[in-house]
Design a protein around this ligand. Structure first.
Ligand code: SAM
Length: 266
């Protein structure tokens, strides 16, 4: 690259650029993009993954917040007819504007860790458009997404992600793969939205509410934490033991609690 376009990584944009060719290749193989597909890359940075994604022949839209990276990305990729750059905040990006058919969009990104959870919730709201997602995230976040009930990692993130998607923790990546190296370990996760939801809630917004309320004080019993939403009778009607703590319940039980709340609000 021309030195004229050198860029200093910015902390406030969560910029840790991948430079390990072996890791980049492993990520690209996991994504497995093909001509005829439509990809969305969030936070392309200086294009570490972008190059290989474009090489697949797939249509690639990228959303980058940092205005200073725009000329770098333009310089590198503007000549490719399968490349389209959107400068802006991925948290506010309207995925419907891409005009993709249902269940077709492949979303990828080495995400800025400071916004990864809200970004994933934003994407889950458009799960119907998405075929799969591959993200680099903080390792602990991937562990929480992939966790099962019964342990400390099981919580709001695990439940809401698993409501919509199958989760695969693919592999871990050490700080040395990035420039500058982050202070935490990272991991690649694959999220595949369910074609048919295994535990559909009558109202997913109420599921969010119940889960949020339950895990607000994860050491307390459900009877206590859900007091403002459901009485003991409603908890029992959901087939749930109110003396349990939230981390002991599986997704299906949370959906039954949310459906009790929906029934009582009708
Ligand atoms: N993909 C590049 C790589 O792997 O080297 C860069 C990854 S870096 C961890 C995260 C990227 O996301 C940065 O380029 C940063 O500017 C961008 N970014 C940060 N916040 C963003 C947001 N809200 N919307 C879109 N991009 C954002």
């Amino acid at each position: 690259m021309n030195e004229h376009y050198q860029h200093r990584a910015r902390k406030r944009f969560g910029q840790n650029f991948l430079h390990d060719a072996g890791i980049i290749d492993r990520i690209l193989r996991a994504i497995h993009a093909k001509a005829g597909e439509h990809l969305l890359e969030i936070g392309p940075g200086q294009g570490a993954l972008t190059e290989g994604l474009l090489g697949s022949g797939a249509q690639l839209d990228v959303v980058e917040l940092d205005k200073d990276l725009v000329p770098i990305l333009q310089h590198k990729f503007a000549g490719r007819d399968n490349f389209r750059l959107h400068q802006g905040d991925a948290l506010k990006f309207d995925f419907n504007t891409l005009g993709v058919p249902p269940r077709s969009l492949k979303v990828v990104g080495n995400l800025p860790y400071n916004i990864s959870t809200p970004l994933i919730f934003h994407l889950l709201a458009h799960a119907g458009l998405i075929r799969d997602m591959h993200f680099m995230l903080q390792k602990e976040v991937v562990e929480r997404m992939a966790a099962g009930p019964g342990g400390g990692d099981w919580g709001r993130l695990s439940i809401m992600v698993q409501y919509h998607c199958r989760v695969e923790h693919l592999f871990n990546v050490g700080p040395g793969a990035f420039n500058p190296p982050p202070k935490v370990d990272s991991a690649i996760v694959r999220l595949v939205p369910h074609e048919v939801l295994p535990h559909p809630a009558k109202d997913p917004a109420l599921l969010e509410r119940v889960v949020r309320e339950a895990f607000n004080q994860r050491r307390k019993t459900l009877r206590n934490t859900l007091k403002g939403l459901l009485d003991s009778q409603a908890i029992e009607a959901a087939g749930v033991d109110g003396s349990l703590r939230p981390e002991q319940l599986d997704l299906a039980a949370f959906v039954r609690l949310a459906d009790q709340l929906a029934a009582r609000q009708d």
